[in-house]
Design a protein around this ligand. Sequence first.
Ligand code: HEC
Length: 326
Amino acid sequence: MGFRQHKFGSAGIGLMMGFSMSITLFFPSFDFRSGVSTWVGLDKQLSAGRLIGFSYEDPLVRGDGKPVTVILDKDPSTGAAIDPPIRAYVYKPGTPFSPGINHTDQLGLGVEELSVNVGKINDAKPGDGIVFTIVKGEFNGEELDYVENATAVRGWTVDKVLSSVGDDAKRFVGAGKTIYITEGCWWCHTLLPEETQDWQYFGTPPYLGDFNGEMPTAFGSDRKAPDILHVASRNSSREWMYMHFFNPRLVQPNSIMPRFDYLWAPIGKGPSDARDASGASIDFPKWRAEYMTYLKGDSIYPPDVPEPAADSQVRALVDWIMTSLR
Ligand code: HEC
């Protein structure tokens, strides 16, 4: 009996392996373009730029070499008002492009045609410094969002766009998303509200086309903490985010989330470079001594959380949360 079961088992396994092998063999004929990029999908990949691999040695994985997302409420060339404001994705010379620019078929049917023929994205070369934006167009009677090379189409150069706005219009979304991945936030959080029971609190789930060209997808697998796909819609306070990242126990006394106070260091630098907005290095032992005094009840206020510097990792992380997670 046991032997017969064993024989049947190996035949069954052989069949299943044969079946999955044929899926693997036929898979290349599957048309990737059946998933057409949405605005969210285009925004995600343009703001993240090239996102690859899991090696900590790779500068791209440490948040360097990323585009800057700029919120534009006026045309950098003509000065005309843009209402509602739009996003421009600024790729300084040498910043690697996002996957859909390098491999346009990843954009999906219609989005590819519009982006190449009208948006002129094939004219863009990484060495030049390029500004992209997302615009609406029509393909076969359907309205689609597509990518435009705004440097070629509108004359928006990198310098023109960057000098037309203040610091608060610059969002280091790509670097911030990279920090989410390298810090392993996804061990606890998800970016994927699940069907039905989640929707009321965490909001709507993503569409298939939101993932075109995204690598890694980072929607997470296990949830020990709230889903944060739409966290900026329920909590838009940067102040709260900075307190929570510096020490989650400041706002949630029993939080299991780790401290991320070392993210006060500039992008690409290590924890020992943590400093505040004035450039002064942060005195962690002093801060903790004051915090302990507060925990013991000997002081009614916790110590202040240092203001992050404009080039800090935590600013980029909060930029990503506030700009992409809506
Ligand atoms: C050990 C698990 C864990 C890790 C790792 C973790 N978090 Fe959290 N996070 C939590 C928990 C639990 C909460 C719920 C509030 C609390 O307890 O602080 C939370 C809350 C949050 C919130 C607010 C969510 C809401 O619904 O208001 C944000 C935003 C957040 N975390 C971002 C991050 C980011 C970004 C990282 C990585 C840098 C990270 N977390 C790493 C456990 C974690």
